[in-house]
Design a protein around this ligand. Structure first.
Ligand code: GCO
Length: 255
């Protein structure tokens, strides 16, 4: 018996970067809680494949392929939702990339690409979603931060800065939009088993560092973000605003 506080039946969730990885796992969890999922990614074929798999699993899903860094594509996507009568009740700003290089070797174009994908996209998509949520008087925004929203690691400066920005963008959203019935919060994943981290997982010394530095002594699994995602997407969090929940095995809590 699902507690109605966590029931997403009748809600529509746009999850950016949801054709794979953490976004896919969170989208699946929101679907299990009853939400219809708008699956996003830059590759229309990969998005269509994910939609087919969601539907085969009995979930409600539709394709929303657009580049989260491309403002005209974002505007067209929301115009399309409007024209189709689709109300985005829940926005999960998950899309992100990683680029590892020491800053003294980092090209500005590479810096900008990470900032655009991991931070500016959340502003642009959040703005378009919020305009419509404000008109309806309710909405849920879940931004995906990182351990690096709090702590810096060498060689991932643009990712760290972007994720630190996600924490403060979340608070800025709360400052402006909570009065309109919108709850904007964030999730800070720890070191999770994802394609983006595969090189780190396969590096014995890095793997040992993560396991030693994490109180849980292990990497996180993408599906372990679902609980926080459903909480922040549901009525259970109607009086929660501007918060970031670290799902990191305890890493951000210890020296
Ligand atoms: C890295 C990793 C991290 C993790 C995660 C930690 O290179 O250190 O990619 O950035 O992915 O963001 O929260």
């Amino acid at each position: 018996m699902t507690n109605p506080l966590f029931d997403l039946t009748g809600k529509t969730a746009l999850v950016t970067g949801s054709s794979r990885g953490l976004g896919r796992a969170m989208a699946e969890g929101l679907a299990v809680a009853g939400a219809r999922i708008l699956i996003n990614g830059t590759d229309p074929e990969r998005v269509a494949q994910a939609v087919a798999e969601f539907r085969a699993a009995g979930h409600q899903a539709d394709a929303a392929p657009f580049d989260v860094t491309n403002e005209p594509e974002i505007l067209r996507a929301f115009e399309g939702f409007d024209a189709a009568g689709i109300a985005v009740d829940i926005l999960v700003n998950n899309a992100g990339i990683q680029f590892r290089k020491p800053m003294v070797e980092l090209a500005t174009a590479d810096w900008q690409r990470v900032i655009d994908t991991n931070l500016t996209s959340a502003f642009m998509i959040g703005r378009e979603a919020a305009k419509r949520m404000i008109a309806r008087g309710h909405g849920k925004i879940v931004n995906i931060g990182s351990l690096t929203s709090e702590l810096a690691r060498a060689t991932v400066a643009p990712y760290t800065v972007a994720k630190g920005g996600i924490k403060m963008l979340t608070r800025a959203m709360a400052a402006e939009w909570a009065q309109h019935g919108i709850q904007a919060n964030a999730i800070g994943p720890g070191y999770m088993i994802t394609d983006m981290n595969q090189a780190l997982i396969e590096n014995p010394s890095f793997d040992a560092w993560v396991k030693g530095r994490t109180p849980a002594r292990r990497w996180g699994r993408p599906e372990e973000l679902v609980g926080a995602a459903v909480f922040l997407a549901s009525s259970a969090s109607d009086y929660v605003n501007g918060q970031i929940i670290y799902v990191d095995g305890g890493m951000s809590s210890v020296l």
